[in-house]
Design a protein around this ligand. Structure first.
Ligand code: ADP
Ligand code: ZN
Length: 607
């Protein structure tokens, strides 16, 4: 391939089969091609890979990509090869002979993109190889993927990343690009400093993920709620996050009983089994992974259709990262969470019980509060999330609050009643007992403690039990009441409760939704979305063809073709090569390899 004269857009079309660049891709590519450094902050699914893949193709020499995820390297290299790009990886999964062959090919300039694990980059052997490549075919660029791994404050710290600044010291003329989807400010700053990229041009994309629909439901019967959510999503790939290993195991087993292809994943599983489950999830279609947060980085599956949280994550950052694993392909996806009072108590005790120094605990408590504010938000969830990351936005129309606005009411009197019930009972009881006092339910425990004699007994009869639960939860989320786990969730008043009790401050509450779950957004499987019924058989046939092909080649289905491309094929029904060439996602290599077979499948389904 002659390099200098090719325009980025031509390559995008010819190799990847895409019509146009997204966002700032083109500017970033031009910046690198001209030999300058870049720091790219783009959400998951934003299209970061092309930002270094294309410049590597456009510049002479070998592009070196540092990537921390072995499982992912394989898929990325497979995907590039499918597009006819000379790509290879070096990591511990290769035997020495295979590694040697790849090194030799790189020295000869026969590889355009060389993926390598960070721990290998800093070895003497690899550093020597880099010197040889630079003296030979040349080094096109260094790309540092998942660059936030260099930050100790971040969640994925990798000590080897600290040594990556060597690359620049040894090869100062080679342009570098560092990429991450991490949105928080502290990590970004540390990243630029540690990678010696403070002078690099920054490309900051919007962190909005418009195709993800956010929903938070009040926990009443989480399993039933999850089943209802999963109801019309059979056959779709998704992740269900739980806090504990035990709950992961139980939930996965139960989902299997319910007929879902569910697999567990947590750090307590045998490493081989864990890798096996991750691989199955990545390669097969329609697997539901039930996991702790140990299942995190390294999930690069573009067609994850939903991420469900059965437990509260620990911060908005964590929540955004976990939900961000849905819908990388840009197609409609769901972020769904069920959350209740117990979740707040659990997370608070996690913070209280930790050995961390007080300033860290304080920070964690602040992060939890921010997340609770999100959960209880009476306004567009996306606006709250983006606000948190310093981005302004208008109501989105694609979250539960926008679709089904909650009713707000002046809850000052209700709040006073609940707070005084806690006060009068000595701040020694949990939500259930306080609610019994409020609605005047003379249980054995109530009479034993003489709480039926209190002036607060029965003052809240006008409100039902379900609604009281919602109110108490909101008071806890707002920090007026604080659960004390050392006393079995006893609710204690905080300083912030005083002005409310004295009537100096009003409280806005949202009316809890009915436990029936409200409107069900009846949506067919997202893969079929937007297809006319007459085109569905062809789409299915194309999927079957793709699955066979993927099995034959031992790669994930999406490496062959994306759902979006299949959908276009099913709708446009091209009849010849020219027609095929106009379909997004079909580059020259794929046209050559699969064109005839695709035309055949389409012809068999002529209408
Ligand atoms: P990230 O690494 O930022 O999460 P990827 O690089 O994996 O995102 O890209 C996400 C998806 O978007 C991929 O399926 C990719 O092929 C696709 N994509 C990227 N850029 C474009 C584009 N310009 N046109 C169409 N699809 C694109
Ligand atoms: Zn919204």
């Amino acid at each position: 391939m002659t390099t200098q004269t090719t325009a980025p857009l031509d390559l995008l079309r010819r190799i990847f089969g895409y019509d146009a660049f997204r966002g700032e891709q083109e500017t970033i590519i031009g910046h690198l091609v001209s030999g300058q450094d870049a720091l790219v902050l783009m959400p998951t699914g934003g299209g970061k890979s092309l930002c270094y893949q294309l410049p590597a193709l456009l510049r002479p020499g070998v592009g070196v990509v540092v990537s921390p995820l072995i499982a992912l390297m394989q898929d990325q290299v497979d995907a590039l090869r499918q597009n006819g790009v000379a790509a290879a990886f070096l990591n511990s999964s290769l035997d020495w002979r295979a590694a040697q062959d790849i090194e030799a090919a790189a020295r000869r300039g026969e590889i355009k993109l060389l993926y390598v694990a960070p721990e290998r980059v800093v070895t003497e052997r690899f550093l020597k190889l880099l010197t040889e490549i630079e003296a030979g075919p040349g080094l096109a660029l260094f790309a540092i993927d998942e660059a936030h791994c260099v930050s100790q404050w971040g969640h994925d710290f990798r000590p080897e990343y600290l040594q990556l600044s060597q690359l620049h010291e040894r090869h100062p003329k080679v342009p570098r690009i560092a990429l991450t989807a991490t949105a928080d400010q502290a990590t970004r700053v540390e990243m630029a400093e540690r990678l010696a990229l403070t002078d690099a041009r920054r490309f900051l994309a919007s962190f909005d993920r418009p195709n993800i629909r956010y929903t938070v439901v009040e926990k009443d019967n989480p399993r039933r709620q999850l089943l209802r959510f999963l109801g019309d999503r059979r056959g779709q790939a998704g992740i269900v996050y739980c806090l504990s290993r035990k709950k992961v195991e139980e939930t996965a087993a139960w989902l299997r009983q319910e007929g879902y292809a569910a697999l567990p994943y947590h750090a307590g599983l045998d490493a081989g089994l864990r890798a096996d489950h991750q691989r199955t999830f990545q390669r097969e279609e329609g697997i539901v992974m039930v996991a702790t947060i140990a299942f995190g980085m390294g999930i690069d599956k573009p067609d994850v259709r939903f991420v469900a949280h059965l437990d509260l994550p620990k911060s908005i950052e964590a929540y955004y990262q976990e939900t961000g694993r849905a819908g990388r392909d840009g197609e409609a996806a769901e972020a769904w969470m069920t959350y209740g009072l117990q979740d707040i108590a659990l997370q608070r005790s996690r913070i209280d019980d930790s050995e961390a120094p007080p300033e860290i605990k304080r920070l964690e408590a602040q992060k939890l509060t921010a997340l609770l504010t999100y959960c209880e938000a009476p306004r567009c969830r996306r606006t709250v999330l983006l606000d948190y990351f310093g981005e302004k936005s208008a109501p989105c129309g694609n979250c539960d609050v926008c679709l089904n606005p909650p009713e707000l009411f002046d809850g000052t009197v209700a709040a006073q009643k609940a707070l005084s019930a806690a006060w009068r009972t000595g701040q020694r009881f949990g939500a259930g007992h306080l609610i019994d006092v409020l609605i005047g339910k003379a249980t054995e425990k109530i009479t034993r403690f003489g709480h039926d004699q209190l002036p607060t007994f029965g003052v809240g009869k006008d409100i039902d039990e379900h609604m009281w639960r919602g109110i108490v939860r909101q008071l806890v989320a707002a920090g007026l009441l604080q659960p004390d786990l050392t006393e079995y969730g006893a609710l204690k008043l905080t300083e912030a409760a005083r002005p409310v009790l004295k009537g100096e401050q009003t409280v806005q509450l949202r009316r809890p939704s009915k436990p029936t779950g409200g409107k069900k957004a009846a949506r067919a499987g997202a893969a079929m979305e937007g297809l006319l019924s007459k085109d569905q058989p062809l789409f299915e046939a194309l999927r079957t063809w793709r699955l066979d092909k993927a099995r034959e080649l031992g790669v994930p289905a999406y490496v062959i073709l994306h759902d979006r491309t299949l959908r276009l094929l099913a709708t446009l029904r091209p009849e010849d090569d020219d027609g095929l060439a106009g379909v997004s996602g079909l580059g020259a290599a794929k046209l050559e390899h699969y064109g005839d077979e695709l035309l055949e499948v389409i012809a068999e389904h002529a209408d």
